[in-house]
Design a protein around this ligand. Structure first.
Ligand SMILES: Nc1ncnc2c1ncn2[C@@H]1O[C@H](COP(=O)(O)OP(=O)(O)OP(=O)(O)O)[C@@H](O)[C@H]1O
Ligand SMILES: [Mg+2]
Length: 131
């Protein structure tokens, strides 16, 4: 499984992670609408890392088995999330944001998994299937 990643330390890294996602999506044969879903997802996850955890990384992986798709893993060693159900609600934000990021990502992707341990960090794994 081909894999690459971008460390998220500053806001420019968010742009780099988006570009990585777009390139891998193109290589796999995703159309422009799915490329936009993928770059939007990476933006939201990377922006959350930058805002709430300070730093972390975005991993982009091709899945080329019986099913073909693109997997994104966003991981950080930030403060973690106490109540996962709450952060998945539309409109819940601790930063005065829209609180649309995580529920939006869940709608944009086919698979969505979130694991978080308060005081240790957060891992969010999503997949968009091509076929
Ligand atoms: N990586 C993370 N580490 C710790 N807390 C997080 C992380 N990502 C999200 N959160 C928490 O989940 C809440 C909801 O995130 P979400 O992205 O849905 O909304 P938001 O960032 O507040 O606003 P928006 O993304 O719409 O601008 C955040 O306000 C924050 O409290
Ligand atoms: Mg957000």
């Amino acid at each position: 499984m081909a894999q690459s990643f971008v460390k998220i330390i500053n806001e420019w890294d968010i742009v780099a992670a988006r570009q990585l996602g777009r390139n891998v999506a193109k290589e796999l044969g995703f159309g422009t609408v799915d490329q936009a879903r993928i770059t939007t997802t990476i933006s939201e996850l990377a922006r959350n890392i930058y805002l709430y955890a300070g730093n972390g990384r975005i991993i982009v992986q091709k899945i080329e088995n019986e099913k073909v798709g693109l997997q994104i893993i966003a991981e950080d060693n930030g403060p973690g999330i106490e109540d996962i159900a709450k952060v998945m609600e539309d409109g819940y934000s601790t930063s005065g944001g829209l609180g649309a990021g995580l529920p939006g990502v869940k709608r944009l992707m086919d698979e969505f998994n979130i694991e978080s341990i308060p005081g240790e960090g957060t891992v969010i794994q999503v997949i968009r299937w091509l076929r």
